[in-house]
Write a protein that binds this ligand. Structure first.
Ligand code: GH3
Ligand code: MG
Ligand code: MG
Length: 204
């Protein structure tokens, strides 16, 4: 609602009202444009299913965090997470229930992470987290993420499902010249966690 007021009686003519209406119309166009712009930005950066960063946005943001960490000599780690035996969920209950599980896992990851942490969907049922920490701190965060997923069963259309994840951590080393190298080590660590029996965290 737009109100134009004056203390003077009969202050405005019909022509004035027309001008105000035209200006308000212009403002509405700008308002709608801003809304559309925000929607396009969302579509370009967010993963539809989970609301976390999509792969492209995730890697773009991760490159920035990686460059900043090198410049300022700050701690940085990558955590690669993967849902355990997820194919069984799809095969037993169907892909829609699988999708519900992926979305619920993303919610639980987000509930543990802080605003400065980066989380995105790296692949189908794989999430990458890039976090300004290393050593015992990042190990504790990964453990909290694992526990957050496993603590209570996930509610789906087919009922409650026990879901676990495995996580691989790679704290940034000075020898990690590129983000790709850092992510590669997180992936190796994840592979180790799977090999050691799943539902656990491993560090390389
Ligand atoms: P592991 O414990 O070794 O990770 O076993 P897994 O069964 O989770 O591993 P695998 O990589 O074999 O299975 C991943 C499955 O995820 C295969 C693929 O069909 C499924 N998938 C990938 N993206 C999606 C998705 O968006 N929705 C659903 N429902 N399934 C997906
Ligand atoms: Mg898996
Ligand atoms: Mg996988």
């Amino acid at each position: 609602m737009l109100v134009v007021a004056s203390r003077r009686p009969d202050a405005y003519t019909d022509a004035d009202a027309g001008i105000v209406a035209a200006l308000a119309g212009q403002a509405m166009v700008a308002y709608d444009k801003a809304g559309l712009f925000e929607r396009v930005r969302q579509l370009a950066t967010q993963d539809d299913l989970t609301g976390v960063a999509n792969r492209r946005h995730l890697l773009e943001q991760a490159e920035k965090l990686f460059a900043d960490a090198i410049r300022a000599c700050r701690d940085l780690s990558a955590i690669m997470l993967d849902i355990d035996h997820f194919k069984q969920v799809n095969d037993t209950f169907g892909h829609q229930v699988g999708d519900e599980v992926i979305a619920a896992v993303a919610d639980r990851l987000r509930s543990v992470l802080h605003p400065g942490d980066l989380v995105g969907r790296y692949g189908g049922e794989e999430f990458l987290i890039v976090i300004p920490a290393n050593g015992a701190t990042v190990a504790a965060i990964a453990e909290r993420l694992r526990t957050a997923v496993n603590a209570t069963p996930v509610s789906t259309a087919t009922g409650l499902l026990e879901i676990t994840i495995s996580a691989g951590i790679s704290p940034r080393h000075n020898s990690d010249g590129t983000l790709t190298a850092l992510i590669g080590r997180a992936d190796q660590a994840l592979y180790l966690a799977k090999k050691q029996g799943r539902n656990r965290v491993a560090t390389i």
